[in-house]
Structures are given as structure tokens and as C-alpha cells.
Design a protein around this ligand. Structure first.
Ligand SMILES: Nc1ncnc2c1ncn2[C@@H]1O[C@H](COP(=O)(O)OP(=O)(O)OP(=O)(O)O)[C@@H](O)[C@H]1O
Ligand SMILES: [Mg+2]
Length: 250
């Protein structure tokens, strides 16, 4: 098993009229696993805690209780997750440094793994990765704001791939793109999954996209796993919340 989430809970203190604020449980005693080569979908409404979970899995924040393991080692240690988990966010414009060229953005993770790589080898590798995400070589010297939304998100995907991760967390990564561009990138992600033996945690509020792309889906509400279902069995969900989400697109 690649990722194991074991009984995690997370609280935030949210402002109210009192001096101390109110402690709110955002992730509630959550457990699940992601296997190698699996596309795991997480679907839930806005505010249900999806991005919080993504941050916990990537070790950007700590759970208040429970633990998350990657290849049986806690993700809290950077060494255990570096180069193994990558994340792609929804907002491709602000998730990269706008003062860097595309070439420089993709070079960063490569140089972390291989600090002594020669300039020529680095450039060759970057061109190979650009090709993998179907971006032209001419993007190399461009800035992120000189690209279309779909191209910019391919750059983020390219950066995520450049450390040869085993798990890519996609947090609403395609939600701001139009449908044809989403489908193109989803098909590309499927290809890359085979080529790099990748797993995905695909976070979305859109069950249709999840059904197209994922092997299984967890229906998520108020930080809880309401129901976990194989994609082929979507017609057999038992919980009202899952049924409601599915019916909303039929
Ligand atoms: N750093 C924080 N401090 C306090 N509260 C937070 C913090 N981050 C998130 N929250 C709260 O936790 C809850 C879950 O937020 P989260 O961003 O994880 O939801 P989400 O499912 O990703 O929503 P969306 O679909 O809109 O992206 C929300 O009520 C949010 O206000
Ligand atoms: Mg979110």
C-alpha cells in the first residue's frame, strides 16, 4: 500500500464573537488507503475539508490526532515524502513563482534531487518533461502569465512530475479549465499514470469528472468518509449524500 491515512482528525480555531474563537473539527476520525497505480477520487462539497486533507497528506500541516504513512513511513518527516508526493493546486497562476520562466520552474525539483546535474543535461531533461505534458519547446523561455490556463496547468503538472513522484495530489487542479481542456489533461494524466506507475488523489467537487478518471471514490462530508465506492459500482451507493451527488448530474 502506498498511502495509509489512519484515524486522523484536524481542528481549526475559527473566529467568533469571543476572545478565544471556536474550535471546529474539519477532519473527523478519517481512515483510508491509496494503493500503488490507483486513481483515488475524493468528492465533496465546498468547505467539507478536502484541501485541508490534501495539506495534511503532503505534510504541509499536522493532524491533531492519528497519522499518515507513505510506504509505511510517517509523512511528517520531509525525507519520507520528498520526491514521492507532489501536489497540483487549482490556482496555477499563484502556485508558481511568476518571476521564473517555465524552464526555471521545472528545473527546481530536478535540481533538488540531482544538485550536480550539468546545465546541458538539465535542459535536455526539461525538454523531455515538456514533451511528456504535450507542451512545445518554445514554452521553455516563457513566463507563466504568457500561457493559456490549460498550458499553465500543464506546467504545474510538469513540475509535479519532474521529481518522479509515486503520488500526485490534484486539488481541484482542473476545475478552472473549460471542459475540452479538462478532458485533454485527464487523458494525459491517464497516460502518465501507466508510464510512471503513478497514483493520484484526485480532489474534485464534480462527480462526473471523478467517474471519468478514477478507480474509486470517497464521498466526503464535514471531514468524514461517508462512503467509499468502486467507480464501476457507482449505481449501488447506499448513502443519501452519495446518491444526491450522483443524481445531481443525471
Ligand atoms: N487555516 C485555517 N484556519 C481556520 N480555518 C480553516 C483553515 N483552513 C481551512 N479552514 C476551514 O476548514 C473548513 C474546510 O476547508 P477546506 O478548504 O479544507 O474545504 P474544501 O473542501 O477544500 O472546500 P472547497 O471545495 O471550497 O475548496 C472550512 O470551514 C474552512 O473555513
Ligand atoms: Mg479546497
Amino acid at each position: 500500500m502506498l498511502l495509509s491515512v489512519e484515524n486522523i482528525s484536524k481542528y481549526y480555531t475559527q473566529k467568533n464573537n469571543t476572545l478565544f474563537g471556536e474550535k471546529v473539527k474539519v477532519i473527523d476520525s478519517l481512515s483510508f488507503n491509496i494503493n500503488s497505480s490507483e486513481a483515488f477520487g475524493l468528492v465533496g462539497e465546498s468547505g467539507s475539508g478536502k484541501s485541508t486533507l490534501a495539506r495534511l497528506i503532503c505534510g504541509l500541516e499536522l493532524p491533531d490526532s492519528g497519522a499518515i504513512f507513505l510506504n509505511n513511513k510517517p509523512v511528517t518527516k520531509r525525507l519520507h515524502r520528498q520526491g514521492i508526493i507532489s501536489i497540483v493546486f487549482q490556482d496555477y497562476m499563484t502556485s508558481v513563482n511568476p518571476t521564473l520562466t517555465v524552464g526555471e520552474i521545472i528545473a527546481e525539483p530536478i535540481k533538488i534531487i540531482n544538485p550536480s546535474i550539468s546545465t546541458q543535461a538539465l535542459k535536455t531533461l526539461i525538454f523531455a518533461f515538456l514533451d511528456k505534458v504535450e507542451l512545445p519547446k518554445s514554452c521553455y523561455t516563457r513566463y507563466i502569465f504568457e500561457l493559456s490556463g490549460g498550458q499553465a496547468q500543464r506546467v504545474c503538472l510538469c513540475r509535479a512530475l519532474a521529481s518522479y513522484p509515486k503520488l500526485i495530489v490534484l486539488d481541484e487542479a482542473l476545475s478552472s479549465l473549460d471542459i475540452p481542456t479538462q478532458v485533454q489533461i485527464l487523458d494525459l494524466l491517464k497516460q502518465l499514470k501507466e508510464e510512471f506507475t503513478l497514483s493520484y488523489l484526485f480532489i474534485s467537487h464534480d462527480i462526473q469528472t471523478v467517474a471519468y478518471f478514477c478507480d474509486k471514490v470517497m464521498f466526503f462530508l464535514q471531514g468524514k468518509n461517508i462512503e467509499l465506492c468502486e467507480i464501476n459500482n457507482l449505481g449501488k451507493v447506499t448513502q443519501d449524500y452519495s446518491k444526491k451527488l450522483i443524481q445531481s448530474v443525471i
